[in-house]
Ligand binder design. Sequence first.
Ligand code: AMP
Ligand code: MG
Length: 343
Amino acid sequence: MQTKCFRIASLQQDAAYIQQAAGVIRAGGLVAFPTETVYGLGANALDEQAVKKIFLAKGRPQDNPLIVHISSLEMLSPLVKEVPQKANELMRRYWPGPLTIVMKRTERIPAAISAGLDTVAVRFPSNPIAKALIEASGVPIAAPSANLSGSPSPTTAYHVMQDMDGRIEMVLDGGECEFGVESTVVSIAGDTAHLLRPGAVTAEMLREIYPDLVISKAVLDKLEDGQKAESPGMKYKHYAPKAHVVIVDASAQDFARFVNTCGEDVYVLAYEEEVPGIQKPCITVGYYNNPQTQAHELFKKLRELDEVGATKAYIRAPRQDGMGLAVYNRLLRAAAFEVITLE
Ligand code: AMP
Ligand code: MG
């Protein structure tokens, strides 16, 4: 299959590309498109055969459910059994935006999307190209991140092509994604709200509406074999470059001393302000005190480790407040949960 890639510079001038992409979605094909979080790999969410193609193209395990994307609140009601009262406030504040809400699903959702669960994850993205594509398609779009399963999520159309060229019909190139990490996933299908995956809508923000928010164990801990995952996606090795990544829990000074005296051939994923103290090759990942900048850079820099042929990389543990929790959650998976603590 030849993958077409169209640059969307302006929705007005490039309306014909959006229409072509919508035609592919309606015909049961796959289109990768930009969102404010990462690039998504979309198919008609109401077409089971189309949805199955997503799993094939990505090599995604079938027990890992997909997020359904909508472009208006009217599109929500056929998908979910009921919208709990408080969820209206959640949607009012954070939709459209980088927040996915898990609710009880209706029978309209093909089995492949929910991977056997009685719930569905729904998101209303704010990226204008994503919204225009869903609107023009006239159907909700199921879309996981547009990377091969296991590799870092794509934040540019170039990353999408690295993984998906020849596997899908089309890529819409809308430039670099605003946030750089996937959406926050919160489940309100039970009695208490559970944060399943941290993102740009932070735990602190969610607690303003759900003071008793539970942070799912899988956010920061490795699940043991056989342990049930609340969010199946969190149990897989993820975001991993070929290099062996190790997280080091230490002060900036101790970290610099540690990497500078380690004899091996290593790279350091370094915060901008800490680069001067490090005498090893550095790839920067934003500023320590600004987790948003880390989120924006992280996946791109994990891919860069592969491009430079790095075999081992150290990174100092990031902060865990605000969007730092999302960064740490992704890093733990990139590092297969290997964290060393310097005394
Ligand atoms: P991705 O689209 O690749 O970012 O992955 C979607 C994430 O949403 C995965 O971590 C899934 O486990 C999670 N997810 C999707 N649907 C559900 C659901 N019904 N219940 C819990 N988690 C879900
Ligand atoms: Mg993904």
